[in-house]
Structures are given as structure tokens and as C-alpha cells.
Design a binder for this molecule. Structure first.
Ligand code: DUC
Ligand code: ZN
Ligand code: ZN
Ligand code: ZN
Length: 505
């Protein structure tokens, strides 16, 4: 066998183990063809010496917003996917988003394909955001998406006036998805609680950015998460609750998992590293809190962060995604979104933070890859589960992405050995298209030295630059998702299973 690439002298990490130092990865035609020792290099084989560093699967970021109509100043595919590979992410799953008035998903999908085709540095797929789930869409179009387009997941909103769905709609979609082996992702916040509070805040003139975190209290997430779990249980559907930030809501997920319900959860870097303190006005920039406005909002106390870190370590969270949802802070002409007639209005600030590039490094820095076991927040296999392996399984990329084993795509992150990768995150080092990072000043203990996508080096930190090409990223037709936690169809509770047969279509 003649290899295109051999990566030697590294320590391979998978979702289940850390392999002994010195195993070599042989790559042919973009795939890992073998893992062994003393692999033969020919004159045309590229050899990379990992210098004893850890090698993890290329990151899969399963929650990324690029070029959506509702965030006109955010990243396009070029800047967003470039940012991904510079941070060790080789696959993103972004959103194609239906607007309420749209009766068919097909033209929407065509539009999202045309914005991304030939314009991505990394491999990518789409989830569909459904806001108008007609019978036609559920019965005729979803099967086409799943079976022909490789789109096997949807995202649903329980909040935001233009997008929110009622419980009946959520149930209908969950049932349709269950039949097709699709995964239902849910943004869980109680819309009416939030609307009531916003009205009161505005009436009292409390409109500065910080009030965003008051407008969306934990209880709104707790209630909606519990409701989403109950709806899923009723119809025996696997779900994933996205961007979770609340300990109580996480506890609802944990309890459901203990009962073997297929309830999955996601959290994001900002909920583990940042507090609502960030949203307060700074003396030098009255509006700067807008840089940290996301939903659910950053929470108030370090105990909130600690609770989520426990969920990272103990298996409650299935995936750790960036929820990269960028909007520029400053706009040409000095205009800021969220300032209306010179007055800051938190309710008009676009929700979401950029983070696709910093996700891998932030979590790796807290793992046994950088810290002794008694100080680390998580082990290395858990790091791999959260940043790639579980997303691959859940979203139908199992066997292709998310592991370092023969037959898988050769998507790799080679980290720095020892402390050579330490750095302080700053806007100047990042590759996204927006004008700030919410993690400015956060110290990380390592940063990807090389990112390799299907056997090609696409990011080289030694050179300090992206070396991949924009046309190299491929669209991924995904298969059916696997239930990673719990199970469907089993006897998990009793009554509901017995009764469902009388009514479920
Ligand atoms: N939901 C997301 O998934 N991203 C950004 C904002 C939001 O509400
Ligand atoms: Zn959301
Ligand atoms: Zn002020
Ligand atoms: Zn999002």
C-alpha cells in the first residue's frame, strides 16, 4: 500500500480510548486506511511528525448559523467555514431556514445550496428549521429531504414570534421525524413568559443590553425543556434540546435519560465560560453588552457554570456545539443593530455569538489533554464524544466522520505538544467575518497545530494560516441518526406504551 499521508509520533484519541504513543495513521484517497507501526513511506508520501502530541478526530460542529436571511451581517460560507478549520472543525452542520410564508422547503434548500456550494473550506450538511409545518411538508417533503437530500434533522423553536410552534405542531413534527429516523432539535424557552417580561421591562424604560438576561430567566428554559421532554415521551420520539444553559433544565434531561428516554442535550462554550456580567454596560462603551447577547442568555452565577460542567463530565450532554450565530457589532456608518433612535433596545439586538473557531480549543484546554486528571473537567475520550463522535452518530455521519479508525474520513486535529499551543484568544487571530469575539482575553492551553480534512492539511498554525481551499469542502448527504442515549420503542414507563397503539398513526 502506498500512502498519500502518514501521521507519525502522535497519541491518537477516540471516543473510547487514548491509544499508546507511536501508532501511525496511514491515509489513502482521503480515508484512513490503516493504523500501525513503521508504515512505509514512498517518495510521494507526505509525512507529518506529530512530535508526541495528541491527535483527535476533526471537530464536528453540529450547530452553526451561516448566511441565514435573519442575520444579514453575519458570516457567509467563506468566512464561517474558514473560521471552522482554523479552529480544528472539519465538518459543520448549518441551518437551512424556512420562513413562515414559505409553503415548500425545496426552493429554500436550493437557495441555501447556492450560497454554500463551492464556497466552503470544510465539509458540511444542513438541518432544516421548520416554521410552517404543513401536512404537505410533513408527509411529502420531509421524506424527500431525508431520503434524497441527506437532511435528517430539523430544528424547531418554542419561542420567537416569527418562528415559534405550538405544542400540537411540535408533536406532529416529532411523529413525522420519528417515522423517518430523523432527529428533532428543539430551542426550548417559554415564549409567553419572555414576552410578558419584555413588555414590562420596556414599559419601565429598562432597555439596555443587560436586561436581555433578565427577560429570559432560567425558569423559562426549565419549563419549556420539561414540556419538550413530555411531548417527546408521549410520541416516543428522540429529541435533542439545543444550547442548554440551566441546571434545572439539565436535571429534567438527566432524569429522562435515567428512565432510558431518548432525550439528548447540547451545551455551548459560552454557557461554560461566560457569565451575564459580560452583558453589563462598560464605562468606555455603553452598548458593549450587545456582544454577549444570546438566547438562552448567559447566566448570573458561577454555580450555573459549575452545574453545566458537571453535565459535560457526567454524560448528560451528548454534544458540545458552538451555536455560532454571528452578527457584526459595528456597521458601516456607525450603525449598531439594537440601537433605535439613539436608544439601546435589547429586544432588537440580534441573538447569538460567534464561536465556531474557539470551540475546540476552549474545551480541550479543560481536558486531560492539557491538565492533570485531578484538575481536568473531562477526560480525552469524553472530549472526542462531545466535539465529534456523538454528533456523527446522532446526525447520520457514523462510520464516516468522528473517529480515527480504518475506513473513516481522514479528518484530524494534531494538537501542539506540551505548552507550545498556549494563547490568549483575541479578535485579531480569528478568521470569521465579524468584528469581535465574546471570548476576547480568555486563555487557552492549546490550539490546533494542524487541521486535516480528508487527508489534506487545511490549517497550519506553524505557518499561521489557512492553507486549505474554499472549493474543497463537500456537501454531506447524511444518513439516519442513531439514538445515542436511551431508546425508542422499549417499555420505559408503562402506561403510555400500552395506550399508544390505540391512537398513534
Ligand atoms: N437560537 C439559536 O440556535 N442560535 C442563536 C439564537 C437562538 O435563539
Ligand atoms: Zn435556538
Ligand atoms: Zn447606559
Ligand atoms: Zn443556534
Amino acid at each position: 500500500m502506498e500512502f498519500d499521508l502518514i501521521v507519525k509520533n502522535g497519541q491518537i484519541v477516540t471516543a473510547s480510548e487514548v491509544l499508546p504513543l507511536g501508532l501511525e495513521i496511514g491515509v489513502k484517497d482521503g480515508k484512513i486506511s490503516c493504523i500501525g507501526t513503521s508504515l512505509p513511506a514512498s517518495s510521494s508520501t507526505k509525512v507529518i511528525d506529530a512530535e508526541g502530541a495528541y491527535i483527535t478526530p476533526g471537530g464536528i460542529d453540529s450547530h452553526v448559523h451561516l448566511a441565514q436571511a435573519n442575520s444579514p451581517t453575519g458570516d457567509d460560507w467563506e468566512t464561517g467555514s474558514r473560521s471552522a478549520i482554523a479552529g480544528g472543525t472539519t465538518t459543520i452542520i448549518a441551518f437551512a431556514s424556512q420562513e413562515r410564508h414559505e409553503e415548500s422547503l425545496m426552493p429554500v434548500l436550493a437557495d441555501y445550496h447556492s450560497k454554500s456550494r463551492g464556497q466552503s473550506y470544510c465539509d458540511y450538511g444542513f438541518h432544516f428549521i421548520l416554521t410552517n409545518p404543513t401536512k404537505e411538508i410533513l408527509q411529502k417533503e420531509l421524506p424527500v429531504l431525508a431520503q434524497q437530500e441527506g437532511i435528517t434533522s430539523v430544528k424547531l423553536y418554542m419561542t420567537y414570534e416569527p418562528m415559534k410552534l405550538n405544542d400540537r405542531e411540535l408533536l406532529e413534527i416529532m411523529m413525522a421525524c420519528r417515522k423517518l429516523g430523523m432527529t428533532t432539535m428543539i430551542h426550548a424557552e417559554n415564549s409567553d413568559m419572555i414576552a410578558l417580561i419584555i413588555e414590562g421591562l420596556e414599559a419601565n424604560g429598562n432597555t439596555e443590553p443587560f436586561f436581555h438576561s433578565i427577560a429570559r430567566p432560567r425558569i423559562a428554559e426549565d419549563e419549556a425543556s420539561y414540556r419538550a421532554i413530555s411531548l417527546a415521551e408521549l410520541v416516543d420520539a428522540p429529541i435533542l434540546i439545543v444550547h442548554m444553559s440551566s441546571e434545572t433544565a439539565m436535571g429534567h434531561v438527566r432524569k429522562a435519560q435515567t428512565r432510558l428516554l431518548p432525550i439528548h442535550a447540547e451545551t455551548c462554550p459560552h454557557y461554560l465560560f461566560l457569565l451575564s456580567e459580560e452583558i453589563k454596560s462598560k464605562p468606555h462603551d455603553h452598548f458593549s453588552g450587545a456582544k454577549h447577547v444570546c438566547s438562552p442568555p448567559l447566566r448570573h452565577h458561577t454555580e450555573d457554570l459549575e452545574a453545566l460542567w458537571r453535565g459535560v463530565a457526567n454524560g448528560t450532554f451528548t454534544v458540545f456545539s458552538s451555536d455560532h450565530a454571528p452578527s457584526k457589532y459595528d456597521h458601516p456608518g456607525g450603525k449598531k443593530l439594537g440601537v433605535v433612535d439613539g436608544i439601546p433596545r435589547f429586544a432588537k439586538i440580534p441573538n447569538g455569538l460567534p464561536g465556531v473557531e474557539t470551540r475546540m480549543s476552549l474545551l480541550f484546554s479543560q481536558s486531560e489533554g492539557c491538565l492533570p486528571p485531578n484538575q481536568a473537567r473531562l477526560g480525552l475520550p469524553r472530549f472526542v464524544q462531545l466535539t465529534s463522535a456523538n454528533a456523527a452518530k446522532m446526525y447520520g455521519l457514523g462510520g464516516v466522520k468522528g473517529s480515527i479508525a480504518p475506513g473513516y474520513d481522514a479528518d484530524l486535529v494534531i494538537w501542539h505538544a506540551e505548552s507550545k499551543g498556549e494563547c490568549v484568544i483575541s479578535q485579531d487571530m480569528l478568521h470569521h467575518g465579524v468584528d469581535y469575539t465574546p471570548f476576547e482575553g480568555v486563555k487557552v492551553r492549546n490550539w490546533p497545530r494542524y487541521t486535516i480534512l480528508r487527508g489534506k492539511v487545511v490549517w497550519n498554525k506553524d505557518d499561521g494560516r489557512v492553507v486549505g481551499e474554499m472549493e474543497y469542502g463537500q456537501y454531506l448527504k447524511r444518513g439516519k441518526g442513531e439514538v445515542v442515549v436511551g431508546k425508542t420503542g422499549g417499555r420505559v414507563h408503562g402506561m403510555l406504551e400500552d395506550e399508544r397503539k390505540f391512537w398513534m398513526q
